[in-house]
Design a protein around this ligand. Structure first.
Ligand code: FES
Length: 352
């Protein structure tokens, strides 16, 4: 639509004025364009010293942002995580959190304030009124947008005002470092820790419910028993995760029904011990179907066949459950013959 097609009263002020139709809305012209008020030039447009002052203000704000980011990193490195500070009216709060919050807040705020001040005082102050147009941009409009963008970049004087450009890039480059240093909190790589559990040769299998060591006679056909390594009480602080990682499911299957040869060798009279931790995302498996020897993870329905090496027969899990090799000691108790030979749970990145 060109300006010729638009009623004069709806034209932008300057165009409307050219056509003599800018005016007050009335019954006949309810949408008449009241026009733009007379343009007032900013002091920075007519006084180079004022423009310089604005430039220094913008540079100062970006510099403060850089210093605040450095302060953020220094606080993260230097302030003890247990140290607290009294801040009215919040009371005692973590000194580290306070310092990180304040410095990051200043770093972000001053970048924003610098950009706004730059735009308000130094960038182009030309007022334009644009015609309405269809939402879909035509190729000509897109070309115009690119041209306007280039023009805007030129008018922002980013090429000429090197001080602003340098400090702005400095501030924008440093701010992301705040996120990078926080990666340190992810801690060291787990490495071999995922490979091992509390099981080792000779450790007795203890019933999780009764805390009694298990004998083969305690494991009836069709039952599902949960076990943990001997010598660990539930209240042993710091071991809860390790106990959970070592949790076992014990079932008894008729040896002739065990299809996997290695499974049979690692069992005792058909009693097999498998990790209770699902290899999908680590939920504890709790449902056993005695007829089929299938166990089901309640989280996403992964199903494992305990009579066939606990291979996955349904669901999103990508690996069979790790089996623990077991035997019976001289006193007739079930014992482990070593640790798991592969990582338990969803430690897929540790598998060969
Ligand atoms: S955690 Fe077991 S199926 Fe997802």
């Amino acid at each position: 639509m060109s300006s010729q097609d638009i009623p004069e009263e709806n034209l932008p002020a300057e165009q409307g004025a050219a056509h003599g139709a800018v005016g007050v809305a009335d019954e006949k012209h309810p949408f008449a364009d009241p026009g733009l008020p007379p343009h007032e030039h900013r002091i920075q447009d007519i006084d180079e010293r004022a423009a310089k002052r604005s430039e220094r203000t913008v540079a100062l704000l970006f510099t403060v942002s850089m210093l605040a980011t450095i302060g953020f990193i220094a606080s993260f490195v230097a302030i003890d995580v247990d140290k607290s500070v009294y801040i009215w009216p919040l009371g005692h709060i973590s000194a580290l959190n306070f310092a990180l919050g304040v410095t990051l807040g200043i770093a972000l705020f001053t970048i924003g304030a610098g950009a706004v001040h730059w735009a308000r005082t130094l960038m182009s102050d030309v007022e334009v009124a644009d015609e309405r147009h269809p939402i879909e941009a035509s190729p000509e409009v897109r070309e115009k947008v690119f041209a306007d963008f280039k023009q805007g970049a030129k008018e922002s004087a980013i090429g000429r005002r090197k001080l602003i450009r340098t400090t702005m890039f400095g501030a924008l480059t440093l701010v992301p470092l705040s996120g990078v240093v926080l990666l340190r909190d992810l801690g060291p790589l787990p490495e071999e820790k995922l490979r091992h559990t509390l099981w080792s040769k000779g450790k007795l299998l203890v019933n999780m419910n009764t805390n009694e060591p298990l004998r083969p006679s305690d494991v009836a056909v069709g039952s599902l028993t949960f076990a943990k390594p001997e010598g660990l009480e539930e209240h042993d602080h710091g071991f809860q995760n390790e106990i959970a990682k070592a949790a076992l499911m014990i079932v008894r299957i008729q040896p002739e029904n065990i299809k996997d040869k290695r499974e049979l060798e690692w069992s005792h009279e058909g009693i097999v011990a498998y990790s209770k931790i699902c290899t999908h995302v680590g939920c504890p498996i709790s449902l056993y179907e005695q007829q089929t020897h299938h166990v089901l993870c309640p989280c996403h329905q992964s199903t494992f066949d305990l009579s066939d090496g606990a291979r996955v027969i349904f669901g999103p899990a990508g690996h069979a459950l790790p089996q623990l090799r077991i035997g019976v000691n001289d006193e007739g108790y079930l014992e482990a013959l070593g640790d798991f030979e592969e990582p338990v749970g969803p430690a897929f990145w540790e598998r060969g």
